[in-house]
Design a binder for this molecule. Structure first.
Ligand SMILES: Cc1cc2nc3c(=O)[nH]c(=O)nc-3n(C[C@H](O)[C@H](O)[C@H](O)COP(=O)(O)O)c2cc1C
Length: 192
């Protein structure tokens, strides 16, 4: 039985927060539709721990629709200044409404209004249409807190595999793979 990969993730993430010029919490998220066609985009990790990695998005977006069809996904952090990557794969679940509400409440008001204004991933005829929708949201919620839109959800990827990759000279890189084993983890090495 190996140690907990989230302990190692915490160390690496703290180092990334100290060294990356911006967005150390940015991760690439790969999803696929029911036919297995993949798609990939960046999202921000908003929480992490033994239960997994959490991000927020619009359930009507391409990624949201793909996750509804196929709940398995993969994510990747690449911390360029540290020359490290972390990969994780596993099933994704929607977080509780209470958890999503609590995170939404911490966002800036403009971001909150933006999530009402954006029909994420749908065609937009002009920037002016988007700005008009933003203004409409401003009027709608004038003088009140902005509630979380019902379609704006948190998702948590619970890894079955996490790999920690470290750059080494002459491309003799190090790869440490953690795979779930019962309630714990097994650890092995992979050729680079
Ligand atoms: C660094 C970075 C962080 C991002 N974070 C998020 C995020 O947390 N949630 C989100 O919905 N989109 C985020 N985006 C935008 C997505 O990459 C993407 O454009 C959008 O979610 C639509 O993707 P989809 O059409 O595949 O669903 C981010 C983009 C970048 C470059």
């Amino acid at each position: 039985m190996a140690g907990d990969p989230f302990d190692l993730f915490n160390i690496w993430f703290a180092e990334a927060q100290a060294s990356e010029p911006n967005d150390p919490e940015a991760m690439a998220l790969a999803t696929a539709d029911a036919a297995g066609r993949p798609s990939l985009r960046m999202v921000l990790m908003k929480d992490h721990g033994p239960a997994g990695f959490t991000f927020y998005t619009n359930e009507g977006s391409n990624k949201g629709r793909e996750l509804a069809e196929n709940s398995r996904a993969a994510l990747l952090f690449h911390w360029k200044s540290l020359r490290r990557q972390v990969r994780a794969e596993g099933p994704v679940e929607v977080v509780s409404e209470a958890e999503a509400d609590a995170y939404f409440a911490t966002r800036g008001r403009e971001s909150q209004l933006g999530s009402w204004a954006s029909d994420q991933s749908r065609p937009l005829d002009s920037r002016a249409t988007f700005e008009a929708r933003f203004e409409k949201a401003q009027e709608r919620f004038a003088g009140t807190d902005v509630p979380r839109p019902p379609y704006w959800l948190g998702y948590r990827l619970t890894p079955e595999r996490i790999e920690f990759w470290t750059d080494r000279p002459h491309r003799l890189h190090e790869r440490r793979l953690f795979t779930r084993s019962g309630s714990g983890w097994d650890e092995s090495l992979l050729y680079p």
